[in-house]
Write a protein that binds this ligand. Structure first.
Ligand SMILES: C[S@@+](CC[C@H](N)C(=O)[O-])C[C@H]1O[C@@H](n2cnc3c(N)ncnc32)[C@H](O)[C@@H]1O
Length: 293
């Protein structure tokens, strides 16, 4: 099934759960990875495996139990949405601000990741467009939004109805934007400081650590792809991944109607060196606010 070429991640074709090999191959190709069969898994112990189980594709980081998925109904995340504390979430406070609006705010989440912040914003009433540059993550987000839309749980369903996922590089997308401008652009580029944060004693949950480890693994792999491509070794590299938010804040400031909100680690430098008008600082995160009107 795999053509022998090395891939960072493999979709696992398992006849019990997947009936259509062609569909799995198409999906794998769309995400830039290869396909292996279930009985080949043991030969790929160091690779990331993407396995379908219990109605969704999940990412197995290695042969341990470290599994990453996008699932808004996961109780560890859902309690944040379901609680009265939603309005107290820093991301909600930073994006909504104090001004009352009659129309729901339109938000472009230009670094969607696992969609958690976007989902909190949608649950708080915003119309959110999620843009994610990693095709695999964008696909898992689309699937998670679709599952939530089919849910019998009204809270999940109504939030998901306010979410649209796009698989793209958001800097390019913002620079070429031709639709209605969003009220708010929200940015949470992957900070290079994740390890330093842990060293500085900033606590992250096990799930957040796993998600970050997965993102860092994919990003560093793609950075290697890119440097090889630049040296002329790999013509089939993926689109450039921009993990440091280069050019992002400028594009966001040019596009947003009301404000740009940037999530950073407390103590991290301002994105693009641009000083915000104000910041909301919590234990593990800081939200820098750039008002435009
Ligand atoms: C720290 S994560 C975001 C986590 C997200 N706020 C959440 O709540 O799950 C950063 C994400 O931004 C994505 N990203 C970084 N630069 C991007 C770009 N230029 N366009 C689209 N996505 C980008 C990365 O691939 C990564 O998935």
């Amino acid at each position: 099934m795999s053509n022998g070429a090395e891939s960072l991640a493999y979709f696992v074709f398992d006849t019990e759960h997947n009936h259509d090999l062609l569909a799995v191959e198409e999906l794998a190709q769309r995400c830039g990875y290869a396909v292996i069969s279930l009985d080949e898994v043991a030969n790929y112990s160091d690779a990331i495996k993407i396995i379908f189980d219990n109605g969704q594709w999940r990412i197995h980081l290695d042969n341990s139990s470290a599994i990453v998925s996008v699932d808004f109904s996961d109780p560890r995340f859902y309690t944040r949405v379901n609680s009265s504390a939603l309005q107290g979430e820093y991301v909600v406070r930073a994006v909504l601000g104090r001004k009352k609006t009659t129309q729901p705010l339109t938000v472009l989440d230009a670094t969607a990741g696992f969609g958690h912040d976007a989902f909190l914003l949608a649950a708080a009433g915003c119309q959110v467009t999620l843009v994610e540059q990693m095709p695999l993550l964008a696909y898992l987000l689309e699937q998670a939004v679709q599952r939530a839309r089919n849910s019998t749980n009204n809270l999940l369903l109504s939030a998901a109805q306010r979410m649209i996922v796009e698989s793209a590089n958001s800097v390019m997308l913002m620079q070429q934007w031709s639709a209605n401008r969003p009220d708010v652009v929200y940015l949470d580029p992957m900070y290079a400081h994740a390890e330093n944060e842990t060293k500085r004693g900033l606590k992250k949950s096990a799930a957040v650590k796993k998600n970050m480890a997965f993102l860092q693994r994919l990003t560093s792999h793609k950075a290697i792809d890119l440097s090889r491509a630049q040296a002329g070794h790999n013509q089939n590299c993926h689109d450039e991944l921009n993990s440091e938010g280069e050019g992002m804040i400028e594009a966001a400031l040019a596009l947003a109607k009301r404000k740009v909100v940037v999530k950073r680690a407390p103590g991290a430098e301002w994105l693009g060196g641009l000083k915000p008008a104000s910041s909301l600082t919590g234990k593990a995160t800081r939200f820098d606010i750039y008002p435009l009107s």
